[in-house]
Design a protein around this ligand. Structure first.
Ligand SMILES: Cc1cc2nc3c(=O)[nH]c(=O)nc-3n(C[C@H](O)[C@H](O)[C@H](O)COP(=O)(O)O)c2cc1C
Length: 193
C-alpha cells in the first residue's frame, strides 16, 4: 500500500450512493447531486448532507431550512451527472429533459417522482465542516417505490466512484450474514482457540 500524509481530493472511500438534493425557497426550486450524505440517528431519524457554500442549493437550504434526499436507479445515472455538473445559478434545472417532480408532503421542497426512494428533511442543525456545511435534517417523511424493495433494496442504484465514474451493484451477489451465523462462527472460533 502507498501511504499519503497530505491529500487534496480523496476518492478512496468510494463507491457511494448518489443522492439528488432538492430544495425550494419562495417558489425557486433547485436540484443538486450529492455523494456526501449519511444516516445519523434512528431516534430521532436524522440524515445529514455536506454542501459547499458555492452551491445555489446551499443558499436555498440556508433560507428554507428544508431539503429532500432522492435516490436514483442506475438507468437514471445521467441525471446524477447532469444535476452535479450544472448550477441553478445558470439554468433552471427543473426545465431540462426528463425531470418529473412532485410536491413534498411535509416540506415545500419537491420529490423526484421516479426515484426509488426519498427522504423529506427539516434542518435541525448545521456545522461548518472545512470548506463545506454539514446540514443535519430531521426526516419528516419517507417516500419509496414498493416495487424497488423486497425487504431490502431490490433494484440497481446509481453509485458514484469518483472522477465522473458511475457504477451499480450486482444484486445476485447479495449475501446474508445474520446473527445466528455470526454466533456459530464465534462459538467455533472459541472452541478452536
Ligand atoms: C457525483 C457527484 C457528487 C457530488 N457530491 C457533492 C456533495 O456531496 N456536496 C457538494 O457540495 N457538491 C457535490 N457535487 C457538486 C454539485 O452537485 C455541483 O457543484 C452542482 O453543480 C451544484 O449545483 P447548484 O449550484 O445548482 O446547487 C457533486 C457532483 C457530482 C457529479
Amino acid at each position: 500500500m502507498i501511504f499519503l500524509e497530505k491529500v487534496e481530493k480523496y476518492i478512496f472511500h468510494y463507491p457511494a450512493n448518489v443522492a439528488i438534493i432538492c430544495c425550494e425557497f419562495e417558489g425557486r426550486i433547485n436540484l443538486m447531486t450529492a455523494a456526501w450524505h449519511t444516516q445519523l440517528s434512528h431516534d430521532p431519524p436524522l440524515y445529514g448532507v455536506s454542501i459547499s457554500p458555492k452551491r445555489l442549493t446551499h443558499d436555498i437550504i440556508m433560507s428554507s431550512k428544508e431539503f429532500t434526499v432522492n435516490f436514483l436507479r442506475y438507468d437514471q445515472s445521467r441525471l446524477a451527472a447532469f444535476f452535479g455538473k450544472t448550477s441553478g445559478r445558470d439554468i433552471d434545472k427543473t426545465n431540462v429533459f426528463d425531470v418529473y417532480l412532485m410536491q413534498g408532503k411535509n416540506v415545500k421542497a419537491p420529490i423526484l417522482k421516479d426515484g426509488y426512494a426519498a427522504y423529506e428533511c427539516k434542518v435541525t442543525d448545521l456545522r461548518k465542516t472545512g470548506d463545506h456545511t454539514f446540514f443535519i435534517g430531521l426526516i419528516v417523511g419517507v417516500h419509496y417505490d414498493p416495487n424497488a424493495f423486497a425487504t431490502v433494496l431490490n433494484v440497481q442504484p446509481t453509485l458514484y466512484l469518483g472522477m465522473d465514474n458511475y457504477v451499480t451493484i450486482d444484486l445476485s451477489s447479495k449475501r446474508i450474514h445474520d446473527e445466528k451465523q455470526v454466533k456459530d462462527y464465534l462459538s467455533k472460533w472459541v472452541q478452536g482457540a
